[in-house]
Write a protein that binds this ligand. Sequence first.
Ligand code: GLY
Length: 396
Amino acid sequence: MLNNINKEQLREVTTPVVDRNKIHDELTSARNHVLELISRNLTEFGEKYPAETCVNGYYPLTENVEWTTSFWTGQLWLAWEMSGEDKFRIMAEKHVRSFGLRIAGRHDTNTHDLGFLYTLSCVPAWRLTANREARGFSLLAAEALLERYHAQAHIIQAWGDLNDPQQAGRMIIDCNMNLPLLYWASEQTGDPRFADAAQQHVRHAARYLVRSDASTYHTYYMDVITGAPKYGNTQQGYTDDSCWSRGQAWGIYGFLLSYIYTGDREMVELSKRLANYFLNRLPDDAVCHWDLSLLGTDALRDSSSAAIAVCGLLELIKHLPLTDPDRESYHQWAMRIMSSLTKDYLARHSDAGNGLLKHSVYHLADNKGVDECCSWGDYFYVEALVRMTQPWKPYW
Ligand code: GLY
């Protein structure tokens, strides 16, 4: 599968972060700061959820709808793990009940993002507190996600109704992050259908969403009747053949997540190749533009992609042998990006707004969440911080 994919050499990190004590101090102080911000948001949000992105610096508050509410619940679980303070767990447990109602009533569940939604809300409740109800809700969500699998095309359809001709057979690179829910469901139940579908999907994602230069399409269409590949295009990227930064970051992290459950080493190699493509196209401060093809322009940055990539790199390092020639560079890059995010992108108390990580781009062409904080950027920054400052068992 990998033979046709470019093995681009990783360049040396720009401005290496050699002083590990310094970054350790920076991150320790960021941890305290972030806990204060999450604590403040806990009071401000109450039992509501932040919308996908801020609008003029502030999150509109919503019910438990759309694909991003669990990024707030995930921050609450991380805050509880960092601080041990019960107020975070208590609110996360309220969210679990809300996610239970959502999946039982199938409210706004016609999406592959059931993976994001339940992996960061109910699965941690089960993993961290043995909450059996949360386990049951997660299994219901896995069943609903499995319904989106097209047996002939071997892929999970990303968006919309399964019979919608605009969306039928469309897979997207983001879905790699949704697969852990399926692998987990097979582990829990002994029923192989979930993991089989995830494995078939990820193989097709590797084959069709990854281009031969190790960049990625955002989305790709398969024929749901014949199973034949059709064509790739973009939804949120610059052009159909450019490389949307967040898609590449989802790929770096997401292919690895399949490795964790399947042991397929090709997934690790694929993650490396995507990482090299990504890291070789970063501007001086190491925080990517919203599309990697825009390097050298004054295009906006997408800090959320940077935070996702840091988490992916930190996970990647765990699965590389000590002798891997790029292992240390990946670590340096992760520290370099994280240091930049912490110094120049993390919101300060003096900023007007209630997001954590400034300067992300959700969907430029639709003018949604442009140069705002977004809920997943906040979540992955906090995940990266936890990964870099304490032992942590992933929720994925
Ligand atoms: N999964 C949607 C996005 O990354 O914008």
